[in-house]
Write a protein that binds this ligand. Sequence first.
Ligand code: BMA
Length: 384
Amino acid sequence: MLRITLFCIAKLFLFNGLLAQSLPIDPKATEETQNLYVNLQRLAEKGVMFGHQDDLAYGIGWKYEPGRSDVKEVVGDYPAVFGWDLGHLELKSPMNLDSVPFDKMREYVQQVYTQGGLNTFSWHLNNPVDPAKTSWDHQDSTIQQLFADKKAMRRYKRWLRRVARFMKSLEGPEGEAIPVIFRPLHEHNGSWFWWGKGHASPEEYKQLYRFTVEYLRDKKNVHNLLYAYSPDKFYSKEEFLERYPGDEWVDVIGFDIYHRPNAGDSVDTFVKDARRMVNMLKEIGEERNKLYAITEGGLEQIPQENWWTETLLPVIEDSGLSYVLVWRNGRPDHYYAPFPGQESAEDFKAFYHKPKVLFGREVAAENIYAPPVPAEQAAAKDRN
Ligand code: BMA
């Protein structure tokens, strides 16, 4: 009898464990969103997806030319993950803070979905207490003021409704909502944004994160989002979790990390530090059954010829990371992916060919929005 009871309890735990691992925090997540979440967990065992911010919108020397991508022009394939930013959507601006028209952004997101890739959104939103101020115009206690000031709160809700409308307008060929990763209030353990560490207590930050999720999901019925929590670089698990809103609010955990070498630094220092962060992230991800990723980063202008295979690869390989996303190719002095002729382009090709680094075609073959293939079938397919 005791053995039977124990067996039942064990089964229940196992079942709950599987459920916790396989389902997004939104119980009403659309079918494609649920499929995506489960497929991403499976895919993370195969390799790390490569991502690039604004990849289809512009690159070095071009803007809004259909089909173009700096990454594709170097390796003959698109990235697997595409980052976009919603900053200024809240202001009803027709284009985002980096001049990408939202109508075009929607088309790019549709293109990515159709070709089997993944879209992720950040949001450099203005300050809802003082809307003329940008994300970076921080002032103390903004979050506290937001919750105390009815007018500011009405404004923030209005902004969230604009986000909700945009997210719902992302539709696939059958009218289905396109699942995306939404990564609000990022890099919050730094103090450069108004939601950052120096301007809010951990509880205030959590309150805003939870409010944001709840409003979109439960009030506005947006059900095509997976939510990501991503501080900037961090030095302990405690620091990583200090402002974590809780497992029931987050689908993906990650961090942003830029390589900013100082004269005299050895590459090894960055690799070691970053790898330590990846290892801590992996532990937290495994403990909490969350997908984990390097949500943003890179080396500006990539002046190191072998940066991809000698710096980035040792940071990400055999890590279980879902993806790594490098920032935008914004200007000749501000880019993070190579383009033809760029110093690191040859090395980027070698990086592309690493079996555990996944680009567009490999991920397209995985049908990440389709019902997950049962484990046995997948294993049989692998054997063939
Ligand atoms: C920063 C820079 C800025 C940009 C901002 C938001 O890292 O790329 O030029 O406006 O991100 O995308």
